[in-house]
Design a protein around this ligand. Structure first.
Ligand code: ACO
Length: 401
């Protein structure tokens, strides 16, 4: 590549070296710090996985307890933040509410102290602790009610579900919800992480970094797809309509939501885990009619599009889990991704400090390049940007901002 080559969306251009997570899209492998996602889903939990991602090693029992206590302590939000959120329009999207609230946190806690690892650590813990409270608060306040206060007797995930549903959750439901959060904690340099890296490279604070990444994640081709999956299943309406729906999409080149991925060209390993969770949940609480449509849809899509590497992605089954847990559709993305955001994005952003000068990007005069689709031109499509072998990720890293 010469310096003047134009690479749409920076596709396949390495943007960072990192050992935080690893994806093999051909074999369907996802690892956090060298540990397979299947193992973490079976043996770990979200808070422990967050610790692993941030500090590069699994915590001892004492370290884990101290981390949980620290997060628990910071769960509440200031009344001024709550008052600000009360003024949000009830018709506003929860992702926009989250973006605004995350940025607002930066007003309350000292900014521009980025050389201080303690400030960054506190910011990450605060974001981890307060984002679920803010997401749940908006859900309740848009109906005109006062938000549910965090319950100090519940662990991270059970408390989040409690604030959302206003009921102490069943342990199996809380466990399933927890695995969902773990699955979404980190995914190398996807569009939102890249956004975080760019924002962070200007040395702004972690609240602004997370707000920037939330804005990127809100798009339907990234985090918003799980909402659209449910709308699509409603539109299909019956198993009998599935084949015709898929065939029409293929003929008209319409994207089928919840399928395809920039990296995975086999079934997303997280979709496989989520499908198992859906079945576990339905075994306990009865099958959702949409699940039967979804299974048939996956079968027909594979038949028609597997040759293009289009398989179910993480968003395909996650919506069904959340629906069964009684969570409104427009909260799927902020709920799934938001607790993960202080984990993956700021540490992802730390990559950018070392390697990037994102304000020195060049562009090429538009007349010299061939047109590309609108969403390509405005977005960052760097998903294959990082490829380091799993062995590299086994090295514990100290926190390094
Ligand atoms: N439905 C139908 N066809 C598809 C789909 C899909 N969901 N995804 C890709 N294809 C087809 C394309 O039309 C293309 O066909 P062509 O070669 O005949 O033109 C071929 O597969 C390859 O498509 P690409 O655009 O190269 O696939 P890409 O890897 O760039 O796209 C993307 C990835 C954007 C995720 C795409 O699959 C998509 O739009 N999916 C639906 C939205 C979705 O589910 N997003 C969530 C992704 S997961 C996440 O962000 C966490």
């Amino acid at each position: 590549m010469t310096v003047c080559d134009y690479v749409p969306g920076l596709e396949n251009i390495p943007a960072a070296q990192s050992g935080i997570s690893y994806v093999d899209g051909k074999q369907g492998i996802l690892e956090y710090r060298g540990i397979r996602i299947e193992e973490l889903a079976a043996k770990s939990n979200f808070v422990e996985s967050a610790y692993l991602l941030i500090w590069g090693k699994l915590p001892t029992q004492n370290e884990l307890e101290a981390f949980e206590t620290e997060i628990r302590y910071h769960r509440r939000i200031k009344y001024r933040i709550r008052d600000m959120m009360k003024c949000f329009p009830e018709t506003g999207h929860p992702m926009d509410a989250l973006q605004t609230s995350a940025a607002a946190l930066g007003l309350f806690y000292a900014r521009r102290a980025l050389a201080d690892p303690q400030y960054i650590r506190e910011a990450v813990v605060r974001l981890l602790a307060k984002i679920p409270t803010m997401v749940a608060a908006f859900k309740v306040m848009r109906k005109g009610n006062d938000p549910i206060q965090p319950n100090d007797n519940l662990d991270y995930t059970a408390n989040f579900l409690y604030m959302l549903t206003e009921q102490i959750p069943d342990p199996i439901e809380a466990h399933i919800f927890d695995v969902c959060l773990t699955l979404h904690a980190e995914h190398t340099i996807n569009a939102s992480t890249f956004s975080a890296m760019v924002t962070s490279s200007t040395m702004t604070d972690p609240y602004a970094v997370v707000a920037s990444a939330v804005g990127t994640l809100a798009g339907p081709l990234h985090g918003g797809a799980n909402e659209e999956v449910i709308q699509m299943l409603e539109e299909i309406g019956s198993i009998d309509n599935v084949r015709a729906y898929v065939e029409a999409c293929v003929v008209n080149k319409k994207r089928i939501m919840g399928f395809g991925h920039r990296v995975y060209k086999v079934k997303d390993p997280r979709a496989t885990i989520l499908q198992e969770l859906v079945e576990k949940l339905f075994a306990k609480e009865g099958v959702d009619y949409f699940y039967e449509i979804a299974v048939e849809l996956e079968k027909v899509v594979e038949e028609k599009l597997a040759h293009k590497g289009v398989y179910a992605n993480v968003d395909f089954y996650s919506g069904l889990v959340y629906r069964k847990l009684g969570i409104p559709t427009d909260l799927f993305t902020p709920i799934l991704r938001s607790p993960a955001s202080p984990v993956g994005w700021p540490i992802g952003a730390s990559r950018s400090r070392k390697i990037a000068s994102f304000d020195r990007h060049r562009s090429i005069a538009a007349s010299t390049i061939s047109p590309i689709s609108p969403w390509q031109s405005g977005s960052v499509r760097v998903v294959l940007a990082w490829r380091s072998p799993p062995s590299a990720s086994a090295t514990p890293l100290s926190i390094d901002w």
